[in-house]
Design a binder for this molecule. Structure first.
Ligand SMILES: C[S@@+](CC[C@H](N)C(=O)[O-])C[C@H]1O[C@@H](n2cnc3c(N)ncnc32)[C@H](O)[C@@H]1O
Length: 215
């Protein structure tokens, strides 16, 4: 409960990305305090609409190439504003593994996912900083959304994550444009091949990679 309150206070104060600390909290919905100050559902809806306008999750889902029955990892999922879109895309029998190094935003993610009726397809998972925490050869796609710039050693992290992809699986990196050069450089040095890229979303890039076949 205390970490939940702490995350909320931090989220309300921080807004996005001013300090770039590793544990930037996500803008979150204040749980209904039962004092009648508006319903959770309405707050989730408003927050989601604001996020969707700015971040265009539909374009990220397209880049991932996911659909019903697919298995996808959402790395550094935070409070799940993007995770809900991945979950809807893989319904009814797909799976989203939502990872984070911090349990507090994942608790909020669980509440948001529960509120959206998507519990059956989303598994929140607390992981270690330098370990993707994913099963080998099980994923159709892996998403890194606004998280790769926190990695101490992005090349090592990407090399550790690549074996989790199924043959032909996609690894998608999306972030703010000023993180683009470092992300593309790390991906190339990790042996990933860039398949496509879009900068249609203002201030963001969405790059699609696959694992280069061993020569
Ligand atoms: C800026 S938020 C991005 C949330 C969401 N992916 C999005 O695009 O809106 C970054 C999240 O990544 C988490 N994070 C930072 N380093 C991580 C790591 N090495 N592995 C997994 N999660 C990490 C942070 O705790 C935070 O919740």
């Amino acid at each position: 409960m205390r970490s939940l309150v702490l995350a909320l206070v931090l989220a309300t104060v921080a807004g996005c990305d001013r300090s770039e600390t590793k544990k930037d909290p996500q803008p979150v919905t204040k749980p209904d305090d039962g004092q009648g100050s508006g319903s959770d559902a309405q707050r989730y809806k408003d927050e989601q609409a604001q996020f969707d306008r700015a971040r265009r999750p539909d374009q990220i889902v397209t880049a991932l190439g996911i659909g019903p029955g697919k298995r996808v990892a959402d790395i550094g999922a935070g409070s799940g504003l993007l995770t809900v879109h991945l979950a809807r895309a893989v319904l009814p029998d797909g799976k989203v593994v939502a990872t984070d190094i911090d349990k507090a935003p994942l608790d909020l993610l669980s509440a948001r996912i529960h509120n959206a009726g998507l519990d059956s397809v989303v598994e929140p998972r607390v992981v270690k900083e330098n370990d993707p925490g994913l099963e080998r050869g099980q994923y159709d796609a892996i998403l890194l959304s606004q998280v790769d710039h926190y990695f101490d050693d992005p090349v090592a992290w990407l090399q550790a994550a690549a074996p989790a992809l199924k043959p032909g699986g996609r690894l998608v990196i999306t972030n703010r444009l000023y993180h683009r050069a470092a992300a593309l450089d790390a991906a190339a040095r990790a042996g990933l091949s860039r398949r496509s890229e879009s900068t249609d979303v203002p201030g963001q890039f969405i790059a699609v990679f696959t694992v280069e076949k061993a020569k």
